[in-house]
Design a protein around this ligand. Sequence first.
Ligand SMILES: [Zn+2]
Length: 339
Amino acid sequence: MKNSRTIIAEMPKVELHLHLEGAFTFEYLLSLVEKYGGDPNIKNIQDLKNLFIFRDFPHFIKTWYWKNQFFREPLDFEESTYQSLKKLAEQNVVYAEVFYSPWDFEKNGLRTEEITEATISGIRRAESDFNIKTGLIADIVRNYGAERSIKRMEEVLPYLNNGIIGLGLGGNEIDFPAKDFKEVYRKAKSLGFRLTAHAGEAAGPKSVREAVDELKVERIGHGVRSIEDPVLIDMLRTKQIPLEVCITSNICTKIYSSFEDHPFKKLFDEGLFLTVNSDDPPMFGSDITGEFQIIHEKFGFSLSLIKELTINSVNASFLDRENKEKYKSFIDDYWDKLN
Ligand SMILES: [Zn+2]
């Protein structure tokens, strides 16, 4: 019998909450740093890894912007996307829905459409080289306000169902409440975008309720702070709205001070629809395999529950019914062969 570490590493997985801008590989980022003239403090991969060891949120933002300056040409996005998906495929992620936010790079002189096309081309290349399929979710950032978010949604509209599958909402959850984005979500839904939004991460249950009631989201990014409100827990259980949980991310950003304090197990025991995800793997020193290991080793979830969680991700995905069945039977096959 294989040991649990091997099984968790090789089992087929689905990733639903990962930001391409936060999922670069160190090797590729180092090549970009060198391509654009280098940085005296970054001489090798280890220097780069040290820079990305999470200290606190301001440092996280600072390193986020530092690395963004090295994405200057469409090709950089194409290759970075390809390398990120390769990394996922190596962990046996067979399907991924990933966020991208091209507007962060306007100051580098790049247009949304060139980044979008480069990203989709990286996805297609990864799909032809590895066993991974990927849907793209355009993550509009709360901080720029509702009006600009409509413009942004319209900018990516030509790629809907041709690379892009959905719309997400990230950024400052406390100062820019979900209700301000009601109109862009209403419009996006009518155009055929699938809907998710970060909520219940930095802000509490009210933010999650707003995302559900006002934005009519199909999933919640994070949503872990729902645990603070039993009435909201009842609603999420009844409606079976999936939560895209990212445990290590929550610890790094200090939503919870330790794994022991993380409510994953409580949310699961409450009967909520949970999925396991990695958010910004290199920024948090984690990856999707590691997240499942935490659930198994620190939270005591059996391997059969781990399998159940991967099936949850298929069910929570924006795939059509036929593809969901296909991935579920692929996952079943893996587990059946183990027994
Ligand atoms: Zn996120």
